[in-house]
Design a protein around this ligand. Structure first.
Ligand code: ARG
Length: 577
């Protein structure tokens, strides 16, 4: 399948070469939206001067050539040399049929690249908060999309599983007993565990001393301490996996590549950075100063690689991630799906890695910046008491909310099905809301808006798919087997067909610029275009059999496109709703 715009560009280019020779090969065809036709081609205006001709002459030459092919129904020169182009209906119809016959719906695969994606990255024995919600959901949508485009995605869950808090956490675990209820709470409510350890640490000098000694043991690789630390890790995995399965996120234990997995690399990296003259000792600490990285009053901001107490910085671990992903994973591109507030940190990490020779110029490394989730007061979402909001609590709320609606709207459906629909709508609504805003902007968490059945929401799109399924059920159509020829006679049929052909371009764009919200916008507009089509063109009661069958093909491809798009976003679509 090809979108007509994508077919037009090379046609204009070969027209130019045929008329004016090799000099103009590869010239921009300057295709723009038009009020009077499908598109306007402005290449003649742009090239006339260079060719020493009148724009109209150039335009005439392009038109003559375009009229020879089957893509263009009409091409007319207007004004000084604009060309209004209308695409051929039969050409469009053929492309729609090709998409319908293709399991990939016309989405082309790309030459495979290896792409590690760093996303989610919660902390062991700590609650996942709404910030983790965003990097998890957006990272997962990017992973799904890039995989669909044919790339080898390597998910890297950079969990926070190392550092000073583990002294106090391990010590607390020892006190309560590894298999006690108080330990098991990490599986469901890690904050309770963390807070209990914290208050012991703050309240007892004796405990604090033991916690500090424990950190030293942990870092020295004491087997018993490592075993206890491993126990905390395992309890946390149960919790992470609960959240991931609730969210329908593709991360598994195999994707865990936490901070601790880089421990052994850190001393060598420090030595290397020092030997290469990239890091210098400053007041006992090993730091990297990079030109251009300054803070308040133009003071240079250092990246701490080794603190004066001998501990390694968070940045050192990230430099190690770059080296590992390039050297061992053979990355062609690396994505870091991390909060926008860590922008300076990551730029410094990337620059340090470049200077050290860990990051060759031909490896693209991108910080996909993630904005914040805000409360109604437009501050970072928190509970009334100021504690971080429990992610699972938010998700339960969303499903409850959807359940109330579905119980009212579809009381006749079996209880189990209503529960399943509520789950898909609640979770899907939250995920879609997160994905539909630009990833680097903030948004206010508002369940009423997220779960609304109108507007650019998950439930609106889910409802659109359920409605399409119901139309196809009434017609007795099997979505996989529907292949009746497409006839485009009504403008609304043509509009829908043209929209359907944009899927390939949109998915490729999401994979190139890492903006899933563009796929959301596309799906929303497709659903709206479908609604207009359905109002204007009777499907089940179409005038004749050929028209009915053609419209059913359009309905089928619309359904499959919506479901495919939602799947790339990680949003499920219920059969009924
Ligand atoms: N664990 C960190 C946090 O919860 C996020 C880590 C992001 N990933 C990275 N490679 N630095 O804030």
């Amino acid at each position: 399948m090809v979108a007509p715009i994508d077919a037009l560009a090379p046609a204009v280019q070969s027209a130019l070469v045929a008329a004016f020779g090799e000099d103009v090969r590869g010239a921009d065809p300057v295709v723009r939206p038009s009020q009077f036709a499908d598109v306007q081609v402005n290449a003649a205006m742009a090239l006339a001067k260079r060719l020493g001709r009148k724009p109209r002459e150039v335009a005439d030459a392009i038109v003559e050539h375009l009229q020879g092919g089957d893509l263009v129904a009409s091409a007319e020169v207007s004004g000084p040399g604009f060309i209004n182009v209308t695409f051929d209906d039969a050409w469009i119809a053929r492309q729609v049929q090709a998409a319908q016959a293709d399991p990939r719906l016309g989405v082309a695969t790309q030459p495979t690249e290896i792409i590690p994606i760093d996303y989610s990255a919660p902390n062991v024995a700590k609650e996942m908060h709404v910030g983790h919600l965003r990097t998890t959901i957006i990272g997962d949508a990017l992973a799904r999309t890039l995989e669909h485009l044919g790339h080898t995605v390597i998910r890297q869950n950079h969990v926070g599983d190392w550092g000073t808090p583990f002294g106090m956490l391990v010590e607390h675990l020892l006190e309560v007993g590894e298999d006690s209820e108080e330990a098991r709470v990490v599986e469901t409510d890690p904050n309770a565990f963390y807070q209990a350890a914290r208050s012991k640490f703050d309240g007892s000098e004796d405990f604090a001393t033991r916690a500090r000694a424990r950190v030293v043991k942990l870092q020295a690789g004491d087997p018993e301490t490592l075993r206890l630390w491993g126990r905390l890790y395992d309890l946390s995995k149960v919790y992470f996996n609960k959240v991931y399965s609730t969210l329908g996120v593709t991360l598994t234990d195999d994707d865990l590549a936490g901070e601790s997995s880089y421990n052994a690399d850190l001393p060598g990296i420090c030595e290397d950075l020092e030997a290469k003259g990239i890091a210098t000792v400053d007041e006992g600490a090993l730091v990297v100063f990079l030109p251009g990285f300054t803070g308040r009053e133009d003071k240079p901001v250092p990246l701490f690689v080794r603190k004066s107490d001998g501990g390694y910085g968070y940045g050192t671990t990230d430099v190690a991630t770059v080296r590992h992903r390039v050297r061992d994973l053979h990355a062609d591109r690396i994505l870091y799906v991390i909060g926008v507030t860590q922008s300076l940190h990551l730029q410094m990490v990337f620059e340090t890695a470049r200077r050290a020779g860990y990051l060759p110029d031909d490896v693209e490394v991108v910080h996909v910046k993630i904005g914040s989730v805000l409360g109604e007061d437009r501050k970072i979402l928190k509970t009334r008491s100021g504690a971080p909001l429990r992610l699972m609590y938010l998700l339960d709320e969303a499903v409850q909310h959807a359940r109330t609606y579905i119980d009212e709207a579809r009381p006749e459906l079996p209880e189990a099905e209503r529960a399943e629909i509520a789950r898909m709508v609640g979770i899907g609504g939250v995920k879609y809301a997160d994905l539909s805003v630009a990833h680097d902007s903030d948004y206010v968490f508002d369940l009423d808006r997220m779960l609304a059945l109108t507007g650019n929401t998950g439930p609106y799109l889910q409802y659109a798919t359920a409605r399409l399924r119901s139309i196809l059920r009434s017609a007795g159509v099997d979505p996989e087997a529907q292949d009746a020829p497409v006839l485009l006679t009504e403008p609304a049929e043509r509009d829908l067909a043209l929209r359907l052909l944009d899927l390939d371009g949109v998915v490729a764009q999401v994979g190139a610029i890492y903006e899933p919200h563009r796929l959301c916008t596309y799906l929303f507009e497709l659903a709206q275009t479908f609604s207009s089509f359905y109002e204007a063109c009777p499907v089940l009661k179409a005038d004749d059999e050929a028209t009915r069958a053609s419209r059913l093909t359009l309905c089928t491809l619309t359904l499959r496109t919506l479901v495919q798009g939602l799947d790339l976003l990680g949003v499920e679509a219920p059969e009924r709703m």
